[in-house]
Design a protein around this ligand. Structure first.
Ligand code: PLP
Length: 421
């Protein structure tokens, strides 16, 4: 199937076809068809992913890399094919640069831990941005505590964009690493990561990109970006939970010590000394999430079949329409109005706690996320304890945006916002 971007009408028809692939979207809650708008938290799974999991469990359950028998060889082949699928999906130079982990969180912890043991020293600086998810803050804080390094933070603007003019001065000879989110999960901002990487590299500083909110919404090519590390989670790209990816340039994986010890990551063990396995196996101690990797392969193939350009075009239209409609509502303030945004909208309604918004919407069959979205520094910057967040996936429709707006009118009337009692 061609992945050329279609006309708006063709895209809408395609989306109705895609929806058929997601059984959960057929269900009702409180007697109403579900409107699932919490895709930044996790995505629904297409039948192709469920079928891939079922196939592994019913036809090939066995461990990988160990057995000499048929089933184990088959499972190993599926698992390694999944690695090659991720490699192609991210445009990595070789499959050995793909490490399977539990998710974005574990990928970042792995890099932070290993850099902490190799490059980060007392007085080193770790440069983050003000819009990082807690999982791209806390692992670095832990490493800073252990090594005597300190965190530095690139500020953001009231629109929720990075303050790029402050970036070059924050890169010093002490900077050991830059860790930056590709797409902010609470603001929707798409950051200019290629430029950030280039500037850091001119000073010999490695860059980690947190791609948790990017890969399901836009094409990503790690060689083009030239990032040193790229992390994402399977469950946010229509794949299973408990599986994720760390892409790392081979030189880093060769340089790093193992993150965890155990089976499969070794070549030879004695009580005196252990010889480690080759990359990437050196970083995959113990039995991996075999089914998860196989399910992730199915998810990436599904997304590629839909076409990331088409998904991006459709989600952009959802973002445009929803932003316009939400701005018509009394008392609604958008949090995050960057020029370049992915399909995530955070907002607050004057005088109404986001939890009340979420609860009223829930009774209408609409699932959104309310809270701090694991980005408390962002909430602090905007002076709010929490926001309501709508995040779109490939299967959302303009009609669902209309249902959201209708339900928000209920909230507005119920709480008498702007005199609309
Ligand atoms: N980074 C960002 C930007 C996220 O949105 C998330 C999850 O919401 C994470 C990291 C952590 O992902 P996971 O919980 O799958 O490890």
């Amino acid at each position: 199937m061609s992945t050329a971007v279609h006309s708006a009408q063709e895209l809408r028809e395609l989306v109705w076809q895609w929806r058929q692939d997601f059984p959960l979207l057929q269900r009702t809650v409180y007697g109403k068809p579900i409107v699932y708008l919490d895709n930044a938290a996790t995505t629904q799974k297409p039948t192709a992913v469920v079928a891939a999991l079922q196939h592994y469990y019913t036809e090939c359950t066995s461990n990988v890399h160990r057995g000499v028998y048929y089933l184990s060889e088959q499972a190993t082949q599926l698992y390694e094919e999944a690695r090659r699928t991720v490699q192609r999906f991210l445009g990595a130079a070789e499959a050995a640069e793909i490490v399977f982990v539990r998710g974005t969180t574990e990928a970042i912890n792995l890099v932070a831990h290993c850099l902490g043991r190799t490059r980060i020293r007392p007085g080193s600086e770790i440069l983050l941005t003000h819009m990082e998810h807690h999982s791209n803050i806390v692992p670095w804080q832990l490493v800073a505590e252990q090594t005597g390094a300190r965190l530095r933070v690139l500020p953001i603007t009231p629109d929720g964009e990075l303050m790029l003019e402050a970036y070059p001065e924050l890169l010093t000879e002490r900077t050991a690493v830059v860790a930056v989110v590709h797409v902010s999960n609470s603001l929707g901002t798409i950051n200019p990561v290629a430029e950030l990487i280039q500037t850091a590299h001119e000073r010999g500083i490695p860059v980690l990109v947190d791609g948790a909110q990017a890969v399901a919404h836009m094409p990503v090519d790690v060689q083009q970006l030239d990032c040193d590390f790229y992390a994402f989670s399977g469950h946010k790209i229509y794949g299973p939970t408990g599986i994720g990816v760390l892409y790392a340039k081979r030189r880093w994986l060769e340089e790093f010590p193992p993150y965890q010890g155990g089976g499969d990551m070794i070549r030879h063990v004695t009580f005196e000394r252990t010889l480690y396995n080759d990359v990437p196996y050196k970083f995959e101690a113990g039995t991996p999430n075999i089914a998860g990797a196989i399910g992730l392969k199915a998810a990436l193939e599904y997304v590629q079949q839909c076409g990331l350009e088409r998904i991006a075009a459709h989600e952009h239209e959802l973002l445009r329409y929803a932003t316009e409609r939400l701005q018509e509502l009394p008392g609604v303030r958008l949090i995050g109005t960057a020029q370049r945004k992915a399909a995530i909208i955070s907002f607050v309604i004057e005088g109404v706690h986001p939890h009340d918004v979420g609860t009223v919407l829930d009774r209408e069959g609409i699932a959104i996320r309310v809270g701090h979205h694991c980005t408390q520094p962002v909430m602090e910057f905007f002076g709010v304890p929490a926001t309501s967040r709508v995040s779109f996936g490939l299967y959302n429709t303009l009609e669902e945006v209309d249902r959201l707006v209708e339900a928000l009118w209920k909230v507005i009337r119920l709480f008498g916002v702007g005199g609309n009692g």
